[in-house]
Design a protein around this ligand. Structure first.
Ligand SMILES: [Fe+2]
Length: 382
C-alpha cells in the first residue's frame, strides 16, 4: 500500500557552469524590471557578486545591493530588506549566497509584497498576496534553499527559529552554477555538505517520505557520499563541486516533498541559541539521532549505507554501518564538537523544549521528547 501524496516543484533549475551570468535575463523572464540584490559581506568579499550584477547591467535592470544579512538570518534582516525593496521600488529579488541570504530573500518576498512582520507568516500557506519573484544564485552546496519552499528565520526576541513555508516563496529560478561554489573554504564546504547529507538522510528515513522524495534522496546520498571529502580536500576539483551542488539540489527537492526530522530540530534550537553554524550542528547531531531512531528505521538506514558505498550482510549490520560512516565522515572533515559553540548544561532543558516544539519533530522515525533531546545533549558533551 502506498500513501497518497502530492508533488509540486515550482522552481526551474538551471544547472551548469556560468549559469549565474544569466541573472539579468532571468529577472526579465520573471517579469521584473528593478531588482534588490540580497547577499552578505562574505559573498561580496569573495568577489562573487560582480558576475551577477554585471548581468543585471547588461540586461538594463536597475539594481540595489542589500548586504545586511546575518548568519542564521534574523527577523530584523527581513524587515530592513523589505523596507529597502519598497523604497527602491523593487519588483524582483535576486538572492546570492548560502542559505542565509536566500532564506532572507524568500521571507522578504512576502513581507515586501504584503507588509507586516515576518513572524505573521510563520507556518504553511500564509502568503496573502503573490510574493515578489526570487531569482536564487547559491554559493554553497548545502542548504538547497534555492529549490525549497521554506525560509527559516530567527525570532530575535524569542531566540527561536521559525519557518515560513509556501510553494509561493520558492524561487522562480535557481541558477545553480558550480563555479559560484568553488571559492568556499574547507570548513564551509564541510558544514554545508553535511547539511545536504542530513537533508537527504532525514528526507529518506522520516515518517512522511514518499516515492517522489525517496528517488532524489537516494541519488543525493550517492553523490554526497562520493564527492564531499573530495570537494573539501581540493576546492578546485570542479567535478566534486558539481557533484556536491547536484547532491545538495536533489536533497533539497527530497526534503521539500518529505521533511527533515529530529537532527534539524536540535540543530535549529542550537542555531537560535548560540548562532552556531547550521551544518556543523547537523553533523554533530546526525549520528546520535540515528542511534536513537535505529529500531524504527533499520531498513531505511541500511539503504543509506548502500548509497554511501558500504557493504554489509544484514539490514541491522547495514544500519549500524551507516551510523559509523556518518561519524567517520565528521572526523575526516574535521568538524568541531558541540562544546566549541559554548553550549551550556543549564540551557539543555530549553534546547530540549525548543527541539520538541519544532514542526518537524513528529516526522522523526522514532518520536523524541524533550528529555530524549537532553539525553543526547549530555552524550554529545561528555
Ligand atoms: Fe538544513
Amino acid at each position: 500500500m502506498f500513501s497518497p501524496f502530492s508533488y509540486e516543484m515550482p522552481t526551474r533549475v538551471e544547472f551548469g557552469r556560468g549559469a549565474a551570468r544569466r541573472a539579468g535575463e532571468e529577472v526579465k523572464r520573471a517579469g521584473g524590471a528593478r531588482a534588490l540584490v540580497i547577499s552578505d559581506g562574505g559573498v561580496a568579499g569573495a568577489g562573487l557578486l560582480e558576475r551577477v550584477t554585471k548581468s543585471l547591467d547588461d540586461a538594463f535592470v536597475p539594481w540595489k545591493l542589500f548586504l545586511d544579512v546575518e548568519p542564521n538570518p534574523k527577523d530584523r534582516n527581513v524587515h530592513r530588506a523589505a523596507e529597502d525593496a519598497r523604497e527602491f521600488g523593487a519588483d524582483c529579488l535576486v538572492a546570492v549566497g548560502g542559505g542565509s541570504p536566500i532564506d532572507c530573500a524568500k521571507a522578504t518576498s512576502i513581507v515586501a509584497a504584503a507588509g507586516g512582520r515576518v513572524r505573521d507568516y510563520e507556518g504553511r500557506f500564509k502568503a496573502p498576496v503573490p510574493p515578489l519573484p526570487v531569482i536564487a544564485v547559491p554559493t554553497t552546496a548545502g542548504t538547497a534553499s534555492e529549490v525549497t519552499f521554506g525560509a527559516v528565520i530567527t525570532d530575535t526576541a524569542a531566540r527561536f527559529k521559525f519557518t515560513v513555508k509556501s510553494p509561493l516563496i520558492a524561487p522562480a529560478v535557481a541558477l545553480a552554477d558550480p563555479e559560484m561554489t568553488a571559492t568556499m573554504p574547507q570548513n564551509l564546504t564541510a558544514f554545508t555538505g553535511m547539511d545536504a547529507l542530513t537533508h537527504a538522510i532525514e528526507a529518506y528515513s522520516c515518517r512522511v517520505s514518499t516515492p517522489f522524495s525517496d528517488a532524489p534522496a537516494i541519488v543525493a546520498m550517492e553523490l554526497i557520499g562520493k564527492y564531499l571529502r573530495r570537494a573539501r580536500e581540493d576546492g578546485s576539483d570542479m567535478e566534486a563541486r558539481e557533484g556536491m551542488l547536484l547532491g545538495s539540489l536533489l536533497a533539497g527537492v527530497a526534503f521539500s516533498h518529505s521533511d527533515v526530522a529530529s537532527v534539524h530540530c536540535l540543530a535549529e534550537a542550537l542555531g537560535a541559541l548560540y548562532d552556531a553554524p547550521h551544518g556543523a550542528c547537523n553533523a554533530i547531531a546526525l549520528p546520535a539521532v540515528m542511534e536513537f531512531s535505529m529500531d524504527e528505521a533499520v531498513e531505511r538506514y541500511a539503504r543509506v549505507a548502500s548509497c554511501l558505498g558500504l557493504k554489509f550482510n544484514s539490514p541491522e549490520e547495514g544500519a549500524r554501518a551507516a551510523v559509523e560512516e556518518v561519524k567517520q565522515l565528521a572526523r575526516d572533515l574535521e568538524l568541531p564538537s558541540l562544546s566549541a559553540f559554548g553550549v551550556r548544561l543549564e540551557d539543555f532543558a530549553e534546547i530540549g523544549e525548543k527541539s520538541e516544539k519544532n514542526g518537524s519533530n513528529p516526522s522523526n522515525p522514532k518520536i523524541m521528547t524533550k528529555d530524549d533531546y537532553v539525553e543526547i545533549l549530555k552524550k554529545l558533551t561528555d
